[in-house]
Design a protein around this ligand. Structure first.
Ligand code: AMP
Length: 131
């Protein structure tokens, strides 16, 4: 059965899309730790990030860089934190999280609540900043 993230890539489940290319897809985390919290995934479903084929794994970080630089332009923060857990969804993903301190990346923190319009507006603004 395809992962929930594969369903997002295929358009079977909606998301707040930021960008995609042939191999990767970026969208807003639905339960963000901070405004602008984004997930980057490979389109080809692989559970564990270190099982990803070398070239794709390297490309995933370069794609993430492009997305992170765009998030920074829209969301004021000290930098973009990069976290990989993968304990919940068995489809490799990189969390890109705007942070000001280490405490901002605690996954036990309360999540930020955004309306659908706020999610849409945020995704559109980040998307526009991608170079
Ligand atoms: P983890 O697998 O532990 O790295 O966490 C999975 C992340 O995916 C969590 O931060 C969830 O909020 C996020 N997530 C789960 N389902 C969706 C979805 N349908 N759209 C966007 N983000 C999601």
């Amino acid at each position: 059965m395809p992962s929930i993230f594969t369903k997002i890539v295929n358009g079977a489940i909606p998301c707040y899309k930021i960008a995609e290319d042939d191999n990767f897809f970026a969208f807003l985390d639905i339960n963000p730790l901070k405004k602008g919290h984004t997930l980057v995934i490979p389109k080809k479903e692989v559970d564990y990030i270190f099982d990803i084929e070398k070239d794709i794994l390297a490309g995933m970080m370069v794609f993430s860089q492009k997305i992170a630089l765009a998030i920074e332009k829209v969301v004021p923060c000290n930098r973009i934190g990069v976290v990989v857990l993968g304990l919940e969804v068995p489809h490799a993903h990189i969390h890109l999280i705007p942070i000001d301190s280490e405490a901002d990346v605690r996954f036990s923190n309360p999540r930020v609540r955004l309306t659908e319009d706020e999610f849409k507006d945020l995704a559109a603004r980040i998307s526009k900043e991608i170079e």
